[in-house]
Write a protein of this length. Structure first.
Length: 68
C-alpha cells in the first residue's frame, strides 16, 4: 500500500504541471503542444552543445578521469 502513495504524489505534480502549461497557453491545446515541442527542441539543442563542449574539453585534457 505504501508504493501507491508516492505515485499519487507524482501524478498530482504532473497534473498540476499540465494544467499550468495549458493555462499559460490560454487553454488552447494546439498552442500548448506547439510550445512544448519548441521547448523540447531548444533543450535538445542545448544538450547537444553541452555534449560538444564537454567532449572538446575532455579531449584537450581539461577533465581528468577517475582511476580509483
Amino acid at each position: 500500500m505504501t508504493s501507491a502513495q508516492p505515485q499519487s504524489d507524482d501524478d498530482d505534480g504532473l497534473e498540476a504541471a499540465v494544467d499550468q502549461a495549458i493555462a499559460a497557453c490560454g487553454g488552447d491545446m494546439r498552442s500548448t503542444i506547439r510550445a512544448l515541442i519548441v521547448a523540447n527542441e531548444f533543450l535538445e539543442n542545448e544538450v547537444g552543445e553541452l555534449m560538444k563542449a564537454v567532449s572538446h574539453a575532455y579531449s584537450r585534457g581539461r577533465f581528468k578521469t577517475y582511476s580509483g
